[in-house]
Design a protein around this ligand. Structure first.
Ligand SMILES: Nc1nc2c(ncn2[C@@H]2O[C@H](COP(=O)(O)OP(=O)(O)O)[C@@H](O)[C@H]2O)c(=O)[nH]1
Ligand SMILES: [Mg+2]
Length: 251
């Protein structure tokens, strides 16, 4: 086996001390030593930093902590973590919400898609309620989320179903690293901005349909975890952010 992890997963953490399920990470890492977790403490004001260092000690080579002194927001925390992760010489890098709304057991399914479909660069988790799956979302969040996702899909002129799921995996290539090089112009909707960057980049290099590069994977399990920091007013803010994305990338 190589000395390098094959997959790096960035976990943005802001005041997650109470929610973080350390045992779930330890158990997953014991079964999947080729995955390395990069936890980003985003200037938390609780004991997240200590919690993450204790967890990373338990994970050994499968875990590390990056610390941002001042809270920068999820988008910037993910971006810093991803740039670091791209430098680890992995074949795949991604990000995953700390509350494990998407369970870690989905990671191998994401890896499998990138391993078997060479034309795909990106895998997005998609929260689709189907028989035989365990997708539990609060009704209000679900419907607001569907309105947002539909608006995002229209803006991007791309039939993407779920831009906002917090579980995504990228093939580690200069083309995907480039998506994270500049700071995002939005905060809540940076996943949409990533797609807009991909579209703008493909247009520039005369590439094809971005829909051929992304694979949306319907999750087997997803649940709303208590303690979300997203508030109803953020929904309106997210819609305004879409306009900013259009102005910046899609005119
Ligand atoms: N770095 C950073 N991460 C954040 C911030 N707010 C939320 N997050 C992280 O983003 C992820 C999702 O947050 P959550 O509050 O569960 O949002 P929701 O699942 O969209 O309702 C978690 O990993 C959080 O720790 C923030 O201000 N900074
Ligand atoms: Mg959550």
């Amino acid at each position: 086996m190589s000395d390098y992890p094959e997959t790096a997963i960035v976990v943005p953490c802001y005041n997650e001390a109470a929610r973080l399920d350390a045992d779930a990470f330890v158990q997953f890492a014991a079964e999947h030593p080729s995955v390395r977790f990069v936890f980003v403490d985003d200037g938390s004001t609780d004991t997240t930093r200590e919690t993450l260092h204790a967890l990373s000690d338990r994970l050994g080579p499968c875990g590390e902590v990056l610390s941002l002194d001042v809270n920068q927001g999820k988008a910037e925390a993910v971006r810093c973590g991803m740039l670091h992760a791209f430098d680890l010489d992995c074949s795949r890098v991604g990000y995953w919400d700390a509350d494990l709304a998407t369970p870690l057991t989905e990671i191998p399914r994401f890896v499998e898609i990138l391993s078997t479909r060479s034309e795909r660069f990106v895998v997005f988790g998609a929260r689709v309620q189907l028989l035989g799956r365990r997708i539990t979302r609060r009704r209000a969040r679900h419907y607001l989320g569907r309105v947002f996702a539909t608006a995002a899909s229209m803006l991007l002129a791309l039939p993407v179903y779920d831009t906002q799921c917090g579980a995504k995996l990228f093939r580690a290539e200069p083309r995907t690293r480039a998506l994270f090089e500049a700071p995002f112009v939005v905060t809540w909707t940076f996943d949409v901005e990533l797609i807009a960057r991909l579209i703008a980049g493909e247009r520039e290099r005369g590439g094809g349909d971005v829909g051929e590069l992304i694979y949306e994977l319907p999750l087997d399990a997803w649940r709303d975890v208590e303690g979300s920091k997203v508030r109803p007013r953020d929904f309106l803010r997210a819609l305004f952010e879409l306009l900013r994305i259009r102005k910046r990338y899609l005119r």
